[in-house]
Design a protein around this ligand. Structure first.
Ligand SMILES: NC(=O)c1ccc[n+]([C@@H]2O[C@H](COP(=O)([O-])OP(=O)(O)OC[C@H]3O[C@@H](n4cnc5c(N)ncnc54)[C@H](O)[C@@H]3O)[C@@H](O)[C@H]2O)c1
Ligand SMILES: O=C(O)[C@H](O)COP(=O)(O)O
Length: 613
């Protein structure tokens, strides 16, 4: 009795936004598949009985086993609507123009939280600066439509990354284009503060002439502590050296040799704050840096220290700073950023006579804003097109070749019920430390979970969803003698301790097992259960488990031929002569149900599956 099923498997294809002439490797890019599920052209649902039934719909079968997403066409389709991109804060014109070439751009500034929530439900991407809070509620309101959030700048503390990840939304930023602007602003504040420029300006405009009141301090020979030796911190240090300052820095993650190359000593936090005449903040706002400048730390500073902050307001306890200013521990502060932006008008800190303030202007130069706008427009358009983004904040970044191996893990999900424990073996010529398997793991999770649940899985949320579903994935890496040019020589996915709907997929060890390789850039199925095969994972595939006897290829070939279904390859694998074999048949056309039933009716065929890849 033949047992026949049909399924379609996730195919590595482009979204409708792919450029007209994709590069050979781009059709294997993972993001289109991961990000654009809702654009899949068809979803096939097929009953598990011999009487096959194909229905176009997006829901799952009762036993949640056999529905997966069909593939989009590889061709660019200009008739389909463009992606909608909501730009919620002022963005440089060059960036907006770039986005307009690619999508429908809605520039709506100063939206209320409620209006933002309404708009994201109709947008594929959102672009913000630091003034928009992209909260969990925003991601929830988007109902899965919003696939990319672009932060036109560095700090992503206004985006709820955890919520983005859980909703499968990629977050990209523009981390480099405003570095110099921020560093220049830091130096501007340092110099203005030291020479009372803002106060003297206000005084003279008020009709006064107070030359003795505004005697400043010199910078040359003074010690500047740069807190955070990243992009901006490094540029500030470089410029401060040019002003003749002695620069030290604290950054737990910065390499000492990079600092040394600039003549900067990396020191401990306490050493930095206790020896500096000027302290300039350049670390991100994280749980570890929140209010790290507080009563205790101010008390350790040199009396008369001067503080500059162009990083994030939240790293300072603002009430503690007011106390330190009043006590004369901090002689002056120059602040571009605040805990709450804009700060309240009557804030004691803002009104303090020894405080110079600017309204978050660090990145606000013409040059930086044009640069940031282009950087973020390219990152967002790229992500929507399915390209890897070098500035993705919440996604693992791995070599593009890895995507090729996704398909080897797809069919296995439909052969098993109640998957809980998965073992993956990667055979690779690369040494263990040189093999990043995060994306592969994400693909496997996607391949296994999506057919059996309504979860939307992408590379951003795969680990999170796997954990949520109690899926245990153990990974093993084996070093083999092959070309290290390719990250993975072969990949074997095993599902442990479950019943199989396709007995041919069960290996000698009793687990469902499937193995694949990438050959000439195309994923190949190389082992099903204990049977060796060699089949490219493309197009339509019929896999039959049968008695190993003469005439099988002829019989099946004849049935297909009669229905005008063209066979493009065949591969037979067997374990013991004249016992059992697996026959893999690639066909150009999709056989109709009647044809599949006839194949299932061949007496020596014990079971078969039809895979639409
Ligand atoms: N005011 C503005 O308009 C403006 C403009 C650009 C950047 N920024 C802000 O400046 C900050 C730095 O930006 P960047 O581009 O240099 O980022 P970056 O990631 O290149 O540098 C941050 C550095 O801080 C270090 N760091 C992390 N935790 C630390 C800690 N506890 N103590 C000391 N150092 C720590 C990191 O190791 C890193 O080297 C960010 O907060 C960014 O949002 C503000
Ligand atoms: O983190 C940043 O890039 C800066 O704070 C700039 O923020 P902005 O884009 O709101 O000026």
């Amino acid at each position: 009795m033949a047992f026949s099923t049909s399924c379609s498997s996730v195919k590595a294809v482009n979204s409708r936004w792919t450029s007209p002439s994709p590069s050979p490797s781009s059709r294997f890019a993972v993001l289109p598949v991961f990000l654009h599920r809702r654009y899949a052209t068809s979803v096939k649902l097929t009953a598990t009985s011999a009487a096959l039934k194909t229905v176009e719909q997006t829901t799952l079968t009762e036993d949640n086993q056999f529905s997966t997403i069909g593939s989009d066409s590889d061709e660019y389709n200009p008739t389909l609507p463009k992606p909608r991109i909501l730009v919620a804060e002022k963005l440089g014109e060059a960036g907006v123009n770039l986005l307009r070439e690619f999508g429908d751009v809605d520039c709506s500034y100063d939206l209320s939280p409620e209006d933002l929530k309404k708009k994201v439900a109709e947008s594929d991407a959102l672009i913000v600066r630091s003034g928009t809070k992209v909260t969990r509620e925003v991601f929830e309101a988007a109902k899965g439509r919003m696939k990319v959030v672009g932060r036109a700048g560095v700090g992503i503390d206004n985006v709820d990354l955890q919520a983005a990840t859980e909703h499968g939304c990629l977050v990209v930023n523009a981390p480099t284009a405003n570095t110099v602007a921020a560093a220049e602003h830091g130096i501007a504040l340092l110099a203005c503060m030291a020479r009372n420029v803002a106060q003297a300006d206000a005084s003279i405009k008020a009709g006064k002439w107070e030359r003795s009141k505004y005697v400043g301090v010199s910078l040359v020979g003074k010690t500047l502590a740069v807190m955070g030796f990243g992009k901006v911190g490094t540029e500030v240090a470089r410029r401060a050296k040019g002003l003749g300052m002695n620069v030290i820095s604290h950054d737990p993650y910065a390499p000492a040799d990079r600092a040394r190359a600039l003549g900067v000593d990396l020191v401990s936090f306490d050493q930095a704050i206790s020896t500096a005449d000027f302290v300039s903040l350049h670390m991100p706002l994280t749980p570890a840096t929140k209010k790290v400048f507080n009563d205790e730390t101010f008390s350790k500073m040199k009396k008369g220290v001067r503080l500059i902050n162009v990083a994030r307001g939240g790293v300072i306890d603002e009430d503690a700073l007011v106390r330190a200013l009043d006590a004369g521990i901090v002689a002056q502060a120059a602040l571009d950023v605040f805990c709450e932006e804009p700060p309240s008008k009557d804030s004691k800190l803002i009104q303090h006579e020894n405080v110079t303030v600017t309204p978050h202007l660090g990145a606000s130069t013409k040059e930086a804003q044009e640069g940031v706008a282009i950087e973020i427009a390219e990152a967002v358009a790229g992500a929507l097109r399915g390209e890897l983004s070098a500035t993705a904040v919440n996604a693992p970044m791995v070599d593009p070749e890895f995507y090729l191996t996704r398909e080897v893990s797809c069919p296995i999900s439909i052969w098993s019920k109640g998957v809980q424990s998965i073992r993956v073996v990667y055979r690779s010529a690369r040494n263990r430390d040189d093999l990043d398997t995060r994306l592969l793991r994400a693909m496997i999770t996607k391949g296994i979970i999506e057919p059996i649940s309504d979860s939307y899985v992408n590379l951003v949320n795969a680990d999170f969803i796997a954990k949520q579903k109690g899926l245990r994935i153990s990974e093993e890496r084996m070093v083999v003698d092959s070309s290290p040019e390719y990250p993975v020589d072969s990949i074997q996915v095993q599902i442990l301790n479950v019943e199989s709907n396709f007995a041919g997929a069960v290996s000698d060890s009793g687990d469902i097992s499937i193995e694949g390789k990438v050959k000439y850039g195309v994923p190949h199925l190389t082992c099903v259960g204990s049977f060796g095969v060699d089949v490219s994972l493309e197009g339509n595939l019929i896999l039959c488990r049968q008695v190993d006897q003469p005439g099988m290829i002829g019989q099946v070939g004849h049935i297909l031929g009669e229905q005008n279904v063209n066979v493009n390859f065949m591969s037979v694998g067997r374990t013991v002569l004249r016992k059992q074999a697996i026959m893999a048949i690639g066909v150009d056309e999709e056989p109709d149900n009647k044809t599949l039933e006839r194949i299932g009716g061949v007496s020596a065929i014990e079971e078969f599956v039809f895979l639409k890849l």
